[in-house]
Design a protein around this ligand. Structure first.
Ligand code: SAH
Length: 209
């Protein structure tokens, strides 16, 4: 069956997710509708099909698994939390996804220890609400890894992100805005679902001619 954005969102909603997110790691899983929107935009840009992709801070794998469902050549999943990696393995091995074992590698490590080069980085880094600018390490690693980056951040930090990109010779070609649901998986959240404005930046390093 041909993949569409809404079919992708349904498939991604069937993934297992954290029930006890770790606060220090800011494990805010990407909502399946938002993940599908980001991946669909990337797909339409020609940034997924046949591409080598790194999913940094992969969590339960939603971004990279979605990329594989849309025809990515290979995905590196990098995640330091062993519990998240266990869920990720459980998800990717679901027979219904038909993901072939040769099309991915799961690396249970800190992103700072990842040194491969890829075509594209997909990441939903910690937003730095608990630890200021903890997203900076993710951006730095993304700049080193790929020429095209899809990265999610609180919209309020947009200026900081675009300036940091510019300093690293990247330009923001597109910005997609979402109301991002933070489910009450962490104790300090009082309302059951609370939404924050989040932007996905497509950053590109222009190729030198
Ligand atoms: N990409 C997933 C998870 C986002 S939450 C999704 O979109 O749903 C951010 C993830 O980054 C968490 O799983 C957290 O454990 C992981 N993480 C945080 N700091 C990290 C680091 N330095 N190296 C590797 N993973 C990290």
């Amino acid at each position: 069956m041909e993949m569409t954005k809404s079919r992708l969102a349904i498939r991604l909603s069937q993934l297992d997710t954290f029930d006890n997110a770790k606060e220090g790691l800011e494990q805010y899983p990407t909502d399946s509708e938002i993940a599908a929107s980001v991946l669909w935009e990337a797909y339409m840009h020609g940034d997924i099909k046949g591409k080598l992709i790194a999913d940094l801070g992969a969590g339960t794998g939603i971004l990279g698994i979605g990329a594989l469902l849309l025809g990515a050549k290979k995905v590196y999943f990098v995640e330091k939390d062993a519990k998240a990696v266990k869920l990720l393995k459980q998800n990717i091995e679901k027979p219904s996804y038909k993901v072939s074992a040769g099309s991915y590698e799961i690396i249970n490590d800190d992103i700072s220890d990842f040194h491969k080069k890829t075509d594209v980085v997909l990441e939903n880094p910690p937003f730095g609400t608990r630890q200021k600018h903890s997203d900076a390490a993710f951006l730095k690693k993304a700049f080193e890894t790929a020429g095209i980056i899809y990265t999610l951040h609180k919209s309020s930090t947009g200026k900081y992100i675009t300036e940091l990109a510019k300093k690293n010779d990247f330009a923001a070609t597109n910005i997609y805005k979402f109301d991002f649901p933070l489910k009450r998986t962490m104790r300090h959240h009082t309302r059951r679902i609370h939404r924050i404005r989040v932007s996905c930046f497509r950053l590109e390093k222009p190729k030198l001619i």
